[in-house]
Design a protein around this ligand. Structure first.
Ligand code: ADP
Ligand code: MG
Length: 220
């Protein structure tokens, strides 16, 4: 799915007013990957939240293919997100009461996909991230890198058109980061999933098709 956003503004008012996003525009084509980087507190997570509809911009327009996302109602945004968008966070937040494959099946079950089909898709995704042997393991037995790869499998399993990853390797060592990122970028490329990764890691920036530095609410 193609992303186009034009003149996004977002100001937070707490003790003082802060223009976190200040006239930001960019485009990203279907299946391309974008590394978003810049100092802490510059508004990277805010931008991802706005793009995925978890937060609203004060002004500006976000268009996915030919759908004007910012014009959708809250309910329509929720269905759009459920259908097309997945997230990978710094920690995968796997549910401990469910085993590995059940964690991956859950978002599909919410979408109404049958148990059998969800299980088959989940197994395929686990194979793609190289964690198939952990399918029936408790999530508490996974290493940090494995848990994050399971998180990626869960994001892929929904067959979303867009993945937003907010510092997905923030908790991992270099070796595991490399495996996780290579996995994520390769899978998105093969499946034409559009990917935005927030990162501090220069190695990631060199692997994505596009990169964008944020400073003072703008792209530099
Ligand atoms: P980054 O992800 O680049 O580290 P964030 O997007 O998390 O930055 O935050 C950007 C700025 O906006 C920070 O100064 C932060 O304190 C502020 N901020 C983020 N979310 C909120 C919020 N919900 N309410 C008020 N201020 C916020
Ligand atoms: Mg952040």
């Amino acid at each position: 799915m193609k992303i186009k956003c034009s003149s996004i503004f977002k100001t937070y008012h707490i003790s003082k007013t802060r223009d976190v996003i200040n006239d930001l525009s960019f485009e990203l084509d279907t299946g391309n990957s974008l590394a978003l980087y810049g100092p802490s507190g510059v508004g990277k997570s805010t931008l991802l939240n706005i793009l995925s509809g978890l937060d609203n911009p004060d002004r500006g327009e976000i268009i996915y293919n030919d759908i004007c996302f910012t014009d959708l109602s809250d309910t329509e945004k929720i269905s759009f997100r459920l259908e097309h968008i997945s997230h990978v966070f710094q920690t995968p937040n796997l549910l401990q009461d469910f085993n590995v494959i059940e964690n991956i099946m859950l978002p599909m079950r919410y979408k109404g996909i049958s148990k059998k089909k969800s299980r088959d898709i989940a197994m395929g995704c686990l194979e793609e991230v190289g964690c198939q042997e952990h399918a029936t393991s408790s999530v508490t037995t996974l290493s940090g890198g494995e848990a994050q790869r399971v998180g990626i499998a869960r994001a892929m399993a929904k067959s979303s058109k867009i993945i937003f990853a907010d510092e997905p390797t923030g908790n991992l060592d270099n070796e595991n980061s490399k495996v996780v990122i290579d996995n994520l970028i390769n899978i998105c490329k093969t499946k034409s999933i559009t990917l935005i990764i927030v990162t501090h890691d220069e190695n990631i920036i060199s692997k994505t098709s596009n990169s964008m530095k944020m400073l003072d609410g703008k792209i530099t």
